[in-house]
Write a protein that binds this ligand. Sequence first.
Ligand code: GN1
Ligand code: MG
Length: 359
Amino acid sequence: MINLIQHFAIRNEVGEIRPLKIGHINDSFIVDSKNPGGESYFLQKINHHIFKNVEGLQKNIQLVTNHLREKLKEAGETNIGQKVLQLVPANDGKLFYQDAEGSFWRVYVNIQGTHSYDVITPELSYKAGEAFGNFQFMLSDIAHDELIETIPNFHNIEFRLEQFRDAVKANAAGRLTKTQWLVDEIESRAEEMCMPERLFREGKLPKRINHCDTKVNNMLFDTNDEPVCIVDLDTVMPGFVLSDFGDFMRSAANTGAEDDENLDNIGVNLAIFEAYTRGYLKKATFLTPAELGNLAFGAKLLSYMQTVRFFGDYLNGDTYYKIEHEHHNWQRSLAQFKLLQSQEEHFEAMQKIVFDCRN
Ligand code: GN1
Ligand code: MG
């Protein structure tokens, strides 16, 4: 591993290299500096079975981070090194390094003095809403064709349902017998859930540059608990704002965990929902009535989409997400579906919150 990091243009002598247990896709490590207080690094092995165009992925990230840096400078911000990710190029100038085994690696400067949350308070949720709203705003003037779709059709539910139906048909892991009831639940909602894609085709719902992975733990807070930096920029691409709004609610406005084994823990946390919505709408002043009117729907859609994706992976025999035990993807599917049911029950309350919080 130490040999690996030497391929990057780092400025410090390397100390310990520690694996981090974050994310379901890439492998992450912190590379400490040998000198206490020195610059440290965030090393990642990119899952190139999922991100098939690594060069395009890295170019996207460079473009997005440069853009954000410019915006922050224009706004007179200081300490920008803490507020935007900074890629460290390889010694040959490329934004990644490919090792002898064909694996792809990248390095960021590690943003020290920050932390993230898996479970959040309403107060922090309000600040997170402002931060994600501002993030969308800062990226709103990047031309859509400057960015590639690092995973084509990533948040397109019509496409996700097609993949899911293929998984059901193939039943590769032989897991369908006991799980057919959830296939039926998914199918009974399929038409409703494809509504945003239909609105888009009719020219009634726009796409904007989205983060597309607005999980609560993709935001770094400083020692004063102020949000400083949004991380995990692998999937920044055009999409519906309801998607980013919904993914935050899916991960934060849940009284249980994403993969909670006790389904009784799971339900919508309306206090978090309200606080985030207030913060988000304060910054996202650019929304059309159709976008605003479908934010609460986005919360349902993202829980649904995640059920479809986890369950599809379970049926395929766990080929996409990292799992910690044999039936982990099934446990995740059940937990996400339970959240969806709770969101359905509370849909009117969620809609009312959005309308009460609008400017
Ligand atoms: C994956 O990067 P990570 O592991 O936080 C996934 C997201 C899912 C999420 C579910 C590229 O995100 O789309 O919402 O897991 N990322 C990719 O927790 O598929
Ligand atoms: Mg991610």
